[in-house]
Design a protein around this ligand. Structure first.
Ligand SMILES: Cc1cc2nc3c(=O)[nH]c(=O)nc-3n(C[C@H](O)[C@H](O)[C@H](O)COP(=O)(O)OP(=O)(O)OC[C@H]3O[C@@H](n4cnc5c(N)ncnc54)[C@H](O)[C@@H]3O)c2cc1C
Length: 410
């Protein structure tokens, strides 16, 4: 049980790092807390970086998860622009790149993930080739979004599609390529891919599926892209959205077990004593296997579970996944985990319902996930049904005449 002399050091001042320290203080932790972040900004939310912030509709300060005064008021020693270079799990000391050392009693790794980049050998280091992970990336990209320019988005996942939507709204000519046979293939059913393909094409975006990038061409700055189907297109800008990898560098160099993320038990403990992990960087047990989730909801919930367990709660963390994405006027909300689904049932609202639609994923007769487009009621009810382990018959869910709320009763 953590006491007044206990020193908790949290490495990574992002969504999960903040959630750990805020939960510790909210639950009455009276020991010392140090939160160390490599970026110069206090903990901030990343989702607007590819949405409202990139569009120029949101100020930097509104990204920040807490006002600066929060940290002093809660006796949290926030060290920004400060990177941990190594941890010694035997002597329990963290060493900064500057050489300073910080002893700890409990250490939490919330180091997040790093974007995959294109290799230099295929032009990945040309000017005008950008990724989207942090404020600095968004600030580099925003001034490049000049109407009339031609942008190539590489990767049809959520971040690529959101960035494509912003570019289209800003008046750029957008081409998006996806190597897999369809956009969103890693995360959603064909029905959801179809919905977003039609949405983007309706806004003038060219989507080319089953097409990869062979190489980028240009002298200094990118000027063209050669694609896997042999075609070549002229481009002014390339945005790479080909996924992220968990940031496990620190854990690996400390000899901590890594398995698609820092391997934790259900409590959030890593393989090293007194070292915990949460958020994008952590892989946790689920059923017979392991899972790593990249979402705000998981970063918060898992981090809070770790904080409670540091205080001795002994509560296993059971994820209740949720996610959202904003593209043009469509708000997609997702509840549950669709891995292993074997059928999808579509519910369409009436013609004047702003494109409202929901896709219900089943494994056998078990409801496992829902994608709700402009339908927050379907999302809310789906989330509650999934969390309660309840599975109404697919035909009932798909019937637009069904009052979804009534399904929660009884
Ligand atoms: C553009 C974008 C849009 C997104 N949109 C959505 C969305 O719509 N919905 C959703 O649910 N999720 C979304 N996500 C994902 C979500 O933001 C992440 O899952 C979440 O931020 C993970 O939180 P985290 O604390 O694990 O990592 P992060 O928030 O990435 O924080 C990790 C921090 O640790 C720091 N760090 C790493 N190593 C060290 C070290 N050695 N020393 C000190 N500091 C270190 C990093 O610099 C970073 O600041 C989006 C992500 C991006 C990039």
């Amino acid at each position: 049980m953590a006491g007044e002399e206990t020193h908790v050091v949290v490495v990574g001042a992002g969504q999960a790092g903040l959630a750990v320290v805020a939960r510790l203080r909210a639950d009455g932790f009276a020991g010392h807390i140090t939160l160390i972040g490599a970026e110069p900004h206090p903990p901030y939310q990343r989702p607007p970086l590819s949405k409202a912030y990139l569009l120029g509709e949101m100020d930097r300060e509104r990204l920040y998860l807490r006002p600066e005064a929060f940290y002093g008021d809660h006796a949290i020693d926030l060290r920004l622009g400060s990177e941990v270079a190594a941890i010694d799990t035997g002597t329990r000391v963290a060493t900064l790149v500057t050489g300073g050392t910080i002893p700890y009693d409990e250490l939490v790794l919330t180091t997040g993930s790093v974007p995959r980049r294109l290799p230099a050998a295929i032009g990945g280091e040309l000017d005008g080739v950008l990724v989207m992970r942090d404020v600095a990336d968004a600030d580099r990209l925003a001034p490049e979004l000049v109407p009339g320019r031609r942008v190539l988005v590489v990767g049809g996942g959520y971040i690529g599609l959101e960035a494509a939507a912003v570019c289209a709204r800003k008046g750029l000519a957008v081409t998006l390529i996806e190597m897999a046979p369809r956009i969103l293939s890693r995360v959603a059913a064909p029905e959801t891919s179809d919905y977003f393909r039609a949405l983007h094409e309706g806004m003038g975006v060219t989507i080319r599926e089953g097409v990869g990038l062979e190489r980028l061409l240009g002298e200094g700055r990118v000027a063209a892209a050669r694609l896997s189907d042999g075609s070549e297109i002229a481009v002014d800008l390339v945005l790479v959205g080909v996924g992220v990898a968990p940031d496990t560098r620190l854990a690996e160099s400390a000899g901590i077990a890594v398995e698609n993320g820092i391997r934790t038990d259900a409590m959030g403990r890593s393989s090293a004593p007194h070292v915990w992990a949460a958020g994008d960087c952590a892989s946790l047990p689920l059923g017979d296997g392991r899972i790593r989730l990249e979402s705000v909801g998981n970063a918060i919930d898992q981090a809070e579970a770790v904080a409670r367990n540091i205080m001795g709660a002994g509560e296993p963390y059971v994820p209740a996944p949720w996610f959202w994405s904003d593209q043009y006027d469509c708000k997609l909300q997702i509840a549950g985990l669709n891995t292993g689904y074997d059928s999808v049932h579509v519910r369409e609202a009436g013609p004047d319902a702003n494109g409202s639609r929901s896709h219900w994923y089943f494994r056998g007769d078990r409801l496992v996930a829902v994608d709700a487009m402009n339908d927050s009621r379907a999302y809310m009810i789906g989330k509650r049904l999934i969390e309660a382990g309840r599975s109404p018959p697919p035909s009932v869910l798909a019937d637009p005449a069904t009052d979804l709320k009534a399904l929660l009763k009884g």
